[in-house]
Design a protein. Structure first.
Length: 185
């Protein structure tokens, strides 16, 4: 069965990818891992666009960075950045978008369910990021958790709350945009 990607899907994935890039430019250095807004946009894309389109946003973002476009934190790019100390967090964007989207697609949407989806998505980023950080910098588990998770918990909690609230307002609009009949397509 052939899967056709519509112009609208391409546009919405491109918009969320661009927002992810912008989120990477908002970076606060906190040791080996900067605090960025790109993970917020990745989680929001899973929540609003679903597992497939959200994962497409994460994949496109990573591909652009791997190809050398300055899309990662602070305008960095390249394979070296992906395999560097923060590479696990970047790779974690793929399962984060997928998991967040998958949970949000299951049954009826609610603030509680969307919040759970965002929490699982956030922890999937940590699940890839912390071990990668530990091994790439030969840190102990305690130091990797102290440097790669603890400083971000308050910020990630705020991002989860904001994404859940934004989703309430934006989900219907995004779905209507994607599913509205357009005779020009």
């Amino acid at each position: 069965m052939e899967s056709k990607i519509s112009v609208k899907e391409t546009v919405i994935v491109s918009i969320f990818t661009a927002m992810t890039v912008l989120g990477g430019y908002i970076a606060i250095p906190l040791g080996p891992v900067p605090m960025v807004l790109s993970n917020f946009v990745i989680l929001l894309s899973g929540l609003l666009l679903g597992s497939k389109r959200g994962t497409a946003v994460a994949f496109t973002y990573l591909l652009l960075g791997a190809l050398g476009l300055p899309v990662f934190s602070g305008g960095t790019s390249g394979i070296a950045h992906i395999i560097g100390p923060t590479g696990g967090y970047l790779i974690g964007y793929l399962p984060a978008a997928f998991i967040t989207g998958l949970i949000s697609e299951y049954k009826k949407r609610s603030l509680k369910k969307d919040s759970v989806a965002l929490i699982f998505g956030t922890f999937s980023i940590y699940a890839f990021g912390i071990p990668w950080l530990k091994f790439s910098l030969t840190m102990s588990w305690t130091n990797a958790i102290s440097a790669g998770m603890l400083p971000f918990l308050i910020g990630d909690t705020i991002k989860i709350i904001a994404a859940a609230l934004i989703s309430i307002k934006m989900h219907e609009f995004i779905q209507e945009f994607l599913h509205r009949n357009n005779h020009n397509e």
